[in-house]
Ligand binder design. Structure first.
Ligand code: PMP
Length: 443
């Protein structure tokens, strides 16, 4: 029996009023699904550093950072200065520009496997272009991905992201399921779904499908799948397997690039042929990028006998995103990574102590500045281990809601991340808020 009466008031009444206006013109009242929650999301008015103010004027600490994309928080003065300087020089050109070359050099310099890079506008676009490059390079159609892993909303990766247990199929050969309406019927037949962290299963599935697989899409630390840590040697094993079958290894580092100067591949191993980027490399403005081996990336070169993979994008490589991204990446020094790693360890240790002491089965997973509240105390090694003994979604929803009341922003599904303006005070505020939020959950 609940000892705490359910809350009826929404944490942001002004958001409710705006929502009523919004739904007359925008389905669901928002242009994307990520931050939507019952009965309606909070609407933002302004943000600075690690704090965001909603339309009621209520300030909260932002542990979501536009879905992990703002590693330096909001309105960082150095990034702002770069953007303001560019505003005076124009917001979009048909011509490539200097900052584009500089940002490309910086990323190529930091990520060993990336010899060439091409910019776009979103992580989804980057993954899409990676898949197309792999198909053009190998002459094969199919792709491989892991069950439970999210890679944006390109048709071929909107599969087996949130499969319901009844549709899972065998654990060693998961079924490929559609996760969105509007996918062509042929899509499911072109995606082979693998279980994460199971090299023996991967060997069997590759023996069966490898010859028809253009690429294997891998997120080294898949937040939406609960952040399963790749087992020792797993990503190197997968690299060898892909090489053996002529399948290109495509890393999705749209989120995991916030883990180390060289991204998740530097931290956990494996050597991708191609890497998709997004989020933090835009310094808070829209961006995406695909990078990788020069011989594959050459397919994008319009000067080499005509482009064999066409990539356009009116705003690809636009100078605002380029200068903001360059400023953000220059600010992201090895010392900042070290500090974020320390803060990340502190938040996970503190929060997990709170959950364990309260007898609560929720745990915080993650690495470095990337964190996630998982609905299970079981070790999460793949998608199924995240879901199998999960506490009800309603309990996670109540925790999310209680945290909003405590002045903390995370994603309803548990995604949480740190930004460089944060320090011990914000981490301790989060841990304290979780303690009170948990005490106010129904018993
Ligand atoms: N890959 C991963 C791992 C992601 O988390 C996301 C977005 N959250 C994407 C790709 C797609 O990026 P975007 O939303 O910029 O299209």
């Amino acid at each position: 029996m609940s000892t705490v009466p359910p809350r009826t008031e929404h944490p942001s009444p002004a958001s409710g009023r705006l929502y009523q206006e919004a739904i007359k013109v925008i389905p669901g009242g928002t242009s994307r699904i990520h931050y939507w929650f019952e009965p309606y999301p909070i609407y933002a008015r302004s943000a600075r550093g690690c704090r965001l103010t909603d339309v009621d004027g209520v300030e909260r600490i932002d542990f979501l950072n536009n879905m992990t994309s703002l590693i330096h928080g909001h309105a960082h003065p150095v990034i702002n200065q770069a953007i303001i300087g560019q505003l005076d020089r124009g917001t979009a050109w048909s011509e490539p520009g200097e900052a584009e070359v500089e940002l490309a050099k910086l990323i190529v310099g930091r990520v060993k496997s990336v010899e060439r890079i091409r910019f776009g506008n979103s992580g989804t676009e980057s993954v899409m272009l990676g898949v197309k490059l792999a198909r053009a390079f190998t002459g094969r159609d199919k792709i491989a991905k892991f069950e439970g892993f999210y890679h944006g909303y390109y048709d071929y990766v909107q599969t087996s992201v949130r499969s319901a247990p009844a549709a899972w199929g065998p654990s060693e050969a998961p079924a490929t399921t559609a996760n969105s309406g509007g996918l062509s019927g042929s899509v499911l037949g072109e995606v082979v779904t693998f279980p994460f962290n199971d090299l023996a299963a991967a060997e069997r599935l590759m023996a069966q499908h490898g010859a028809s697989l253009a690429c294997f899409l891998v997120d080294p630390l898949a937040s939406q799948a609960g952040g399963p840590m790749p087992g020792t040697g797993y990503l190197d094993g997968l690299t060898a397997l892909c090489r053996r079958h002529g399948t290109l290894l495509l890393y999705d580092e749209v989120v995991s690039f916030r883990l180390a100067p060289g991204g998740g591949q530097e931290k956990y191993g494996g050597v991708p042929d191609l890497t998709a980027f997004g989020k933090i490399i835009g310094g808070g403005l829209p961006i995406g990028a695909i990078g990788g081996r020069a011989d594959i990336m050459e397919l994008l070169d319009p000067g080499k006998g005509g482009p064999r993979v066409l990539s356009g994008g009116t705003f690809s490589g636009n100078p605002l995103s380029m200068v903001a991204g360059l400023a953000a990446m220059e600010l992201l020094t090895p010392a900042e990574f070290e500090r974020l790693d320390r803060l990340g360890a502190r938040i996970r240790e503190g929060v997990n102590r709170v959950f364990a002491d309260a007898g609560e089965r929720i745990r915080m997973a993650g690495d470095g500045s990337l964190c996630r509240l998982n609905p299970t105390a079981d070790p999460v090694t793949d998608y199924r281990s995240l879901v199998r003994n999960a506490v009800p979604a309603s309990r996670m929803g109540a925790l999310h809601r209680n945290l909003l009341d405590e002045g903390i922003i995370i994603a309803k599904a548990g995604m949480t991340c740190l930004s460089t303006p944060m320090g011990d005070a914000e981490i301790d505020a989060f841990v304290g808020a979780v303690g009170r939020a948990v005490a106010n959950l129904p018993r």
